[in-house]
Design a protein around this ligand. Structure first.
Ligand SMILES: CC(C)(COP(=O)(O)OP(=O)(O)OC[C@H]1O[C@@H](n2cnc3c(N)ncnc32)[C@H](O)[C@@H]1OP(=O)(O)O)[C@@H](O)C(=O)NCCC(=O)NCCS
Length: 381
């Protein structure tokens, strides 16, 4: 396996971008990443694009070809789908491609246009087990609410501790001009917000967002030739688990996260103690709490207290989601995993402005659905 670096990043603003379409957002993010890498379009040899569903959201499939066409690139182009982990998986597929020696320069991206339909919750539920969960009316807020209930019952986790995740991530997003929300909120705001699936409230949830994000990946030889500040992919892990919750032994942990993290830590020869900053999959506040346990930053059941003590803030023991996370930066499904990697790169380059943590090693964690897929990457300066 060859070493692989990220040499360019670019993203659109995330939010309710009613006037934009899927391809224009993808082209904007891809072009920004190519410019940031200081290369030309003709240097790009392959594209990997993560999208949950162009078809169900916007009536447009065959997005591999579409995005290559709109980018003006006549190169192999692969659409990658793993629900909310589509972007993370696109990154991993691009990484494997370059590491294998097949190509030297890839653009990997993610895009989702979620506001073209009024059926967003129903479309999202197609990423659950349709025959065994969604058919009974289960939605993602409902599935994560069940995880939260058991976590609260077993470990004493409280609604206020979950609210602290949201307050922190909103505070971080104030310093991120690409974020869907740039607005501080309080614990009281969260506690008083509309219940969507008990115990989760609207301010415990990531929003419906549009947006795109892209990276340029390069082989070691090309990265050293083209870039003064390459960020190296030190580890990459990918695991799956049962798609439906009821088939799992324990719904307070995502086995796929634990397995993907083990692969990534092993490949990087690192442990959780070596990670300086992480972007984790906080589609709901309970998901961030479970993630920091499953990734080994805190022992099982201790994440609520750890968060409320301020350990996951920028400047804390292990800053989590300095970008604002899915909660406040936004969650355009296919783009989220790639945007997490962008934050990792900005942090390692020292280009994250007021969000800078001075990190040398960063981790990203992207989940598909309620844990049917998990992708973990580790990045180093
Ligand atoms: C929580 C949710 C149901 C709210 O949707 P909604 O009830 O249609 O909300 P609306 O779009 O009508 O917005 C109402 C207000 O709340 C705000 N809002 C909506 N979702 C929000 C969120 N997640 N966080 C913060 N504010 C939010 C809107 O900005 C709007 O504010 P305004 O009145 O000041 O303009 C929706 O955001 C959701 O489904 N989120 C989860 C997405 C998901 O499941 N993703 C996959 C995860 S696996």
């Amino acid at each position: 396996m060859r070493k692989v670096a990220v040499i360019g990043v670019g993203m659109t603003k995330f939010g309710l971008l009613f006037e934009r379409d899927l391809s224009s957002m993808a082209v904007e993010a891809g072009s920004l990443a190519i410019n940031d890498a200081g290369i030309e379009k003709k240097d790009v040899e392959v594209l990997y694009g993560g999208t949950m569903s162009g078809g169900l959201f916007s009536n447009q499939e065959h997005t591999g070809s579409l995005l290559a066409d709109r980018m003006g690139l006549n190169v192999p182009s692969v659409r990658v789908e793993a629900a909310c982990a589509s972007g993370g998986l696109a990154l991993r597929q691009g990484y494997i491609d370059i590491a294998s020696g097949m190509h030297d320069i890839a653009v990997v991206g993610g895009v989702e246009k979620m506001t073209d339909t009024l059926n967003t919750t129903k479309v999202l539920a197609t990423a659950a087990d349709v025959e065994r969960e969604a058919v009974f009316g289960a939605t993602f807020p409902g599935l994560y609410a069940m995880m939260a209930k058991l976590h609260m019952h077993r470990y004493g986790t409280t609604e206020v501790q979950m609210a602290d995740v949201s307050v922190k991530n909103h505070a971080n997003a104030v310093h991120n001009k690409s974020a869907h929300f740039q607005k501080e909120i309080s614990v009281d705001d969260v506690m008083r917000s509309q219940k969507i699936a008990d115990p989760l409230k609207i301010l415990d949830a990531s929003p419906i967002s549009d947006g795109a994000a892209a990276l340029v990946l390069a082989s070691e030889e090309k990265a050293r030739e083209l870039c003064d500040t390459p960020v190296w992919i030190a580890g990459s892990g990918h695991a799956t688990d049962t798609i439906s919750l009821h088939d799992r032994e324990d719904i307070t942990t995502l086995k796929a996260t634990v397995a993907a993290a083990k692969q990534a830590y092993g490949q990087a020869h690192l442990t959780s103690k070596d990670i300086d900053v992480a972007e984790v999959h906080d589609c709901f506040t309970i998901a961030e709490l479970m993630a920091i346990e499953d990734l080994g930053f805190v022992k099982k059941g201790a994440s609520g207290k750890f968060t409320s003590e301020g350990n996951t803030k920028v400047g804390g023991k292990i800053p989590i989601n300095p970008s604002g996370g899915l909660k406040a930066k936004g969650h355009p499904i296919g783009a989220s995993g790639v945007a997490q990697a962008i934050e990792a790169v900005l942090q390692l380059r020292g280009d994250a402005g007021k969000r800078n943590t001075g990190a040398h090693t960063a981790l990203t964690h992207n989940v598909g659905g309620s844990g049917g897929t998990a992708i973990v990457h580790i990045f180093k300066r």
